[in-house]
Design a protein around this ligand. Structure first.
Ligand SMILES: Cc1ncc(COP(=O)(O)O)c(C=O)c1O
Length: 585
């Protein structure tokens, strides 16, 4: 079976299903967790966790060739898992199932083994405008290596592939078509069977990126007719670090090994090496045995469910969420394809996506914000990113309502209230008034005197709990004087952050002190910038180098609540400040 839309009646007992997923039963930010980040990774049912636990307690030994009982047990479980994947995809042969670390590695394998061997200058690779970076960059690399070029299927305004362009894009130069079955960013289900039909008519082979499809509906690679199909275990209720490449036997047999080492050989001597047969030819080194077995348990779990009911339930969640979101005037839905899985992407006018993500987290709701590893799609849509809520069968209509109600409340508070309820301290209103007079703009506005800085820092530290500290950070962000537009230059932009961040520095030769000025389009990042400015501004390079940012962030709970990776800006700001300080040592 492949994708077919379902009506919304469902007999699924979500309450029972949720019992199987231990992670869901916890509080985050003092609220019951509402996990709506399933397109990034799904949660694991009890049996997957138990199977992995049991493997390491009872069956762990290296697979294949060993002459002892434990290894034989591990080998059987490992090869049974491969067979489980074969039935899951309805692949004709078990040796067409290759274990990889995930969808990304599987695509790289095909690009480097098939692509690098068979592509030549003038050949074309056809991708689509909605691909995940994992299905773009490996092809760019192999195109560079072979002299092939890349063409792109455009999208319609609804976020569907513009199929009318396909006959023109496909020609006898097209060697490979690589498309996602389902878009991770906007949820569109693509007409893969039709793409395969047209691609095969010009003798191109087709790789389907099924990372976002397999958890939502049954996939039959024979019915699709595709040549390669890839997916990741962790997006289908299985463990991380394991994934699958399905490839047609005749193609896999023609392809050279990609990675080399143990397991993938038949005979090695210094005169030469002969390679193993399928599937081992592509599985160099000790495989992820626990991962394979865990994935098989996840697939078995899924196959034992009534998949039509799961699909109906997810559809109900998506339709309900979209109906309610459409009623909020500030919200713009992104991606309104006729055939979608349960992924809802949107932007909120006047509020940065990252702020929405953080504020929802304050209510226990986990969503994803940003470009979702689909920057070309975001460029195509003319936006930086979206807020994405992605539903799994264990989500409930009540959760969807709580999510939309919370969003409404956030929009109201952020755009229309004068923050009467937010704490206001004498020190906060001081922060731009105590500027050092000797400094010029924009540094003067960030230069609080040490007493004022200490008062603000004390206020942050003495907040009674994370919620009030978070409000205080948001307020600091709100009160921080913005950089004037002409300071927001490309040169001063820090890259790798989800939001836009600009940073300038000034070194005072007389006092040997450094001053920084920065800004961001996300309010929470502005709050964090203010914190970093309070810690660093007016200090010597040596003093800055000796600051323990990590300890400060840990004490304030930022590491727990904001996961300050480079992606959210804080780490990028601190890295840049440290590297500036290093130059003045
Ligand atoms: C459509 C799509 N393809 C590929 C990937 C890459 O998957 P992984 O990181 O598990 O290799 C993802 C992950 O988000 C995805 O959504």
């Amino acid at each position: 079976m492949t994708y077919s839309p379902v009506s919304s009646a469902t007999s699924l007992s979500v309450k029972e299903l949720r019992q199987d997923f231990p992670l869901l039963h916890q509080n985050v930010s003092n609220h019951s967790l509402v996990y709506l980040d399933n397109a990034a990774t799904t949660q694991k049912p009890d049996r997957v966790i138990k199977v992995i636990d049991r493997f390491y307690r009872q069956d762990n030994a290296n697979v294949h060739r060993a002459s002892h009982t434990i290894s034989a047990r591990a080998t059987h479980a490992f090869e049974d898992a491969r067979e489980q994947v074969r039935t899951f995809l309805n692949a004709p042969h078990t040796d067409e199932i290759i274990w990889t670390r995930g969808a990304t590695e599987a695509i790289n394998l095909v690009a480097q083994s098939y692509g690098r061997t068979f592509l030549k200058p003038g050949d074309e690779i056809l991708l689509s405008a909605m691909e995940h970076h994992a299905n773009i960059v490996p092809w760019q690399v192999v195109a560079e290596q072979t002299g092939a070029s890349i063409k792109v299927i455009p999208l319609t305004p609804k976020g569907e592939l513009d199929m009318a362009t396909l006959p023109e894009l496909l020609s006898n130069k097209t060697r490979i078509v690589a498309v996602s079955h389902v878009s991770n960013a906007i949820g569109t289900v693509n007409p893969v069977q039709e793409i395969v039909r047209q691609a095969h008519a010009v003798s191109a082979i087709v790789l389907v990126d099924g990372a976002q499809a397999v958890s939502h509906f049954p996939v039959d690679v024979q019915q699709l007719g595709c040549d390669f199909y890839v997916f990741s275990g962790h997006k289908v209720f299985g463990p991380t670090g394991i994934g699958v490449l399905y490839g047609r036997q005749d193609l896999l047999n023609q392809m050279p090994p990609w990675q080399c080492g143990g397991e993938m050989i038949k005979q090695v001597s210094f005169d030469g090496t002969t390679f193993n047969t399928l599937p081992f030819k592509f599985e160099a080194g000790t495989p992820n045995m626990a991962g394979s077995i865990g994935l098989a348990a996840a697939l078995e779990f899924l196959q034992q469910q009534d998949r039509t009911s799961l699909q109906q339930h997810e559809e109900q969640l998506r339709v309900h969420a979209e109906q309610r979101l459409r009623q909020i005037p500030e919200i713009r839905l992104v991606g309104t394809a006729r055939q979608k899985v349960s992924v809802v992407s949107f932007t909120v006018e006047g509020i940065h996506n990252q702020d929405i993500g953080f504020l929802l987290n304050q209510k226990g709701i986990a969503v994803r914000t940003g470009h979702h590893c689909a920057m070309p799609l975001m460029d195509h849509l003319g936006i930086d990113g979206t807020i994405r809520a992605s539903f799994a069968p264990y989500n409930t209509l009540e959760e969807v309502d709580y999510f939309v109600d919370s969003l409404q409340q956030i929009i109201k508070q952020q755009l229309y209230s004068c923050n009467a309820s937010e704490p206001s301290t004498q020190s906060e209103s001081n922060q731009t008034e105590t500027a050092a007079t000797s400094l010029e703009a924009p540094f003067s506005q960030f230069s609080t005197d040490q007493n004022a800085a200490n008062t603000l820092l004390d206020a942050l530290h003495s907040s009674r709990d994370w919620q009030s500290r978070y409000r205080q950070l948001m307020l600091m962000g709100k009160n921080m004087a913005p950089l004037e537009q002409h300071w927001k230059t490309e040169d001063s932009r820090l890259h790798g952050c989800e939001s836009q961040v600009w940073l300038h520095h000034h070194y005072d030769d007389n006092s040997m002190k450094l001053y920084f000025a920065a800004d961001s389009d996300a309010r929470i990042i502005r709050g964090l910038i203010m914190l970093v400015m309070l810690l660093c501004n007016g200090k010597t390079a040596l003093e800055i180098q000796s600051l323990s940012f990590e300890d400060e962030f840990e004490t304030l709970g930022l590491l727990t609540h904001l996961s300050p990776s480079r992606g959210n800006g804080l780490r990028a700001i601190v890295d840049e400040i440290c590297s500036v300080a290093h130059r003045y040592l």
